[in-house]
Design a protein around this ligand. Structure first.
Ligand code: ATP
Ligand code: MG
Length: 591
């Protein structure tokens, strides 16, 4: 990554972190104070060293030497304690910021438009909330590690100038050499680190694939191939990591130590072969010790800065991901509108146009007027726009043009929560939650058990009460994986009856289930659609044959409307669909 690219991003992330940082300013102030104390303590020890060697040892004042050694020990003990405190406070502040960001990220889930979830894989969203928000913490703590290192270098350097300006100047010659060298080294090793990061994220993706598609992998005997792919990636990762580590080991801190030692050797050799007077200053043993001690105290933080730059880059990428996510545009539709009293359930689509991709409308100037309480079947080939039409009614997507009226008023004028209370949905793959049969029907609202049993009975699912000894407290696992598809749908029907909304959308509620369950579902549909405006999307035309109105969609346009009989006579698409299903049915019977 080039520096010019990094800089503005760094600034943007920095600015974006500010509002969070402001909320923990007390902690930040404390961190800075600790940095200052550490730097001062760090810079103070060479003064003691010099005093011991050059004054007290030289004059045989051993009592004073003893005191000074105790002072030295106290200073480094304090230094250790303050460094420890610094790490604790710095991490704690980072964690506080991370917590605020996670809270915002979790809240964001409820404010995002539904499209966002269809475009962004679940795993990525989870990663943004968990690991990427950790990136902001890393960004924060790394910045303060770097500030700490810079403060240390500056104060140690000033102290060196105070002890002996000549040593300060000598250091000025060495430092650029070290900085140039570390920059060179980092560039080399950076290349491999990028590859390690890249392969690591691909390995995580593979994990996801292995777990989420485990049934498919087994069904298609793909286990070995998957493991081979996985092995290959892991090896690539190890290879790059090994290269990076090798460079790190050879050219990293060890070489830095070597440069430091060589500098010391050259200095000593110079002093040995020449006079002990350098540039008019008499070099004492104490001065040499101070130089060596300070060289350490400056090289270590420089190394720390460079090491932290890797982390900083990682954290910048992660932080920008979570910030982009938090700053996604909210779903602005029908949020603050009027509270909705009971509605009748009249629905009117008026010149509705909608596109997922600009310039490619999926629904085009569509008009449809449905009276309250009607039962409407929506049919059409796959991709014709049936689910899309319903998604607009369910306020999952926002239409580009036209009006969608419920009881004569545009749905955008309603308050979203109260509007959604009037809607019930059953989807082809129903969403169930970890909990119990009861919690999934009541959606964690308060209803007496007898009500829950009543609605289960109404939809013909009371047999489920005997599946375990726990009745309505039967546990439901993650996503309802311990139930069959038909059972999940029946639970959704029960949910609707309990909630009693005025508009119901059943999208493919009878697809892919056996004929016995189909009868159950059909009965449940009859009960659910009573006194409610019901939209039924079905590929199996037998399900919607006796609807009050059947709407035929094709390429986002209504190409036929009426009852089964009239459509069969007038709408060629409907007739073809019906005939082909009927033919298949007959074929099944003959076979
Ligand atoms: P099916 O009977 O298979 O469920 P459908 O009639 O419900 O089909 P829709 O899901 O409404 O069809 O899709 C209509 C068109 O919009 C299709 O061409 C589809 O590819 C496209 N589409 C659906 N969802 C999205 C999306 N989230 N982003 C972009 N395009 C989409
Ligand atoms: Mg669909």
């Amino acid at each position: 990554m080039s520096k010019t690219k990094l800089k503005p991003q760094k600034m943007a992330i920095f600015k974006r972190t500010m509002p969070y940082a402001k909320k923990v300013k007390g902690f930040i102030f404390l961190t800075l104070v600790l940095c200052l104390i550490i730097s001062l303590l760090n810079a103070s020890t060479p003064f003691v060293t010099k005093r011991i060697i050059d004054t007290y040892l030289k004059n045989n004042q051993y009592d004073m030497v003893r005191y000074m050694i105790i002072l030295y020990a106290s200073l480094i003990t304090l230094l250790a304690i303050f460094r420890y405190l610094f790490n604790i406070v710095n991490n704690l502040t980072g964690m506080k910021i991370e917590k605020m960001i996670r809270d915002d990220a979790i809240k964001k889930i409820n404010h995002l438009p539904v499209d966002y979830f269809s475009l962004e894989p679940d795993g990525k969203i989870v990663a943004k909330i968990t690991s990427d928000s950790n990136g902001v913490k890393m960004f924060y703590t790394t910045i303060f590690q770097i500030i700490n290192a810079i403060m240390n270098i500056t104060i140690v350097y000033i102290s060196l100038l105070i002890i002996e300006p000549m040593l300060g100047l000598l250091m000025l010659i060495i430092l650029p050499v070290i900085i140039v060298w570390i920059t060179f080294y980092r560039r080399r090793v950076h290349k491999y680190y990028i590859q390690v990061r890249e392969t690591s994220s691909r390995i995580t993706g593979k994990y996801n694939e292995l777990i989420s598609a485990s049934m498919m992998i087994e069904a298609y005997n793909q286990e070995e191939e998957m493991i081979e792919d996985f092995d290959e990636l892991v090896w690539l990762n190890i290879k790059n990591d090994r290269k990076a580590s090798t460079i790190s080991n050879i050219f990293g801190f060890e070489l830095l130590s070597l440069i430091k030692r060589l500098t010391e050797i050259f200095l000593l050799l110079y002093l040995g072969f020449n006079s002990l007077d350098v540039a008019g200053v008499t070099v004492t043993v104490g001065l040499i010790a101070v130089f060596s001690e300070n060289l350490d105290k400056m090289i270590n933080p420089i190394n720390a800065i460079f090491m932290n730059l890797n982390e900083l880059e990682d954290s910048l990428v992660a932080a920008s991901r979570v910030y982009d996510y938090i700053d996604e545009e909210d779903d602005t539709r029908i949020f603050d509108g009027k509270e909705l009293d009971k509605i009748d359930g009249n629905v009117e689509f008026k010149d509705i146009t909608f596109s997922y991709v600009k310039g490619h409308p999926v629904l085009n100037k569509l008009n449809l007027n449905i009276k309250a309480g009607s039962r409407v079947g929506i049919v059409g080939h796959t991709g014709s726009g049936k689910s899309t039409l319903m998604n607009l009614l369910l306020a999952f997507n926002d239409y580009d043009d036209g009006n969608l009226l419920v009881d004569g008023k545009d749905i955008k004028e309603y308050n979203k929560e109260s509007y959604r209370k009037e809607l019930g949905i059953v989807l082809q793959n129903p969403a169930l939650f970890y909990g119990t049969l009861k919690s999934n029907i009541t959606m964690d609202r308060d209803y007496p058990d007898s009500e829950v049993i009543r609605v289960l009975d109404l939809v013909g699912a009371s047999y489920m009460l005997n599946k375990t000894n726990l009745g309505i407290n039967m546990p439901i696992t993650f996503k309802g994986d311990n139930l069959s598809l038909g059972e999940k749908q029946l639970i959704c029907f029960a949910r609707i009856i309990l909630r009693n909304p005025k508009i119901v959308v059943l999208d493919e509620a009878s697809a892919n289930i056996d004929s016995e369950t189909e009868i159950r579902i059909k009965n449940a549909m009859d009960i659910v659609s009573k006194d409610r405006t019901t939209f039924i999307i079905a590929h199996r035309l037998s399900t919607i044959k006796d609807c009050d109105l059947i709407v035929v969609l094709d390429h986002g346009k209504i190409v036929g409307m009426g009852n089964h009989r009239s459509l069969y006579d007038d709408c060629i698409i409907y007739k073809d669909m019906y005939d082909s299903q009927y033919r298949n049915l007959k074929k099944d019977v003959i076979e």
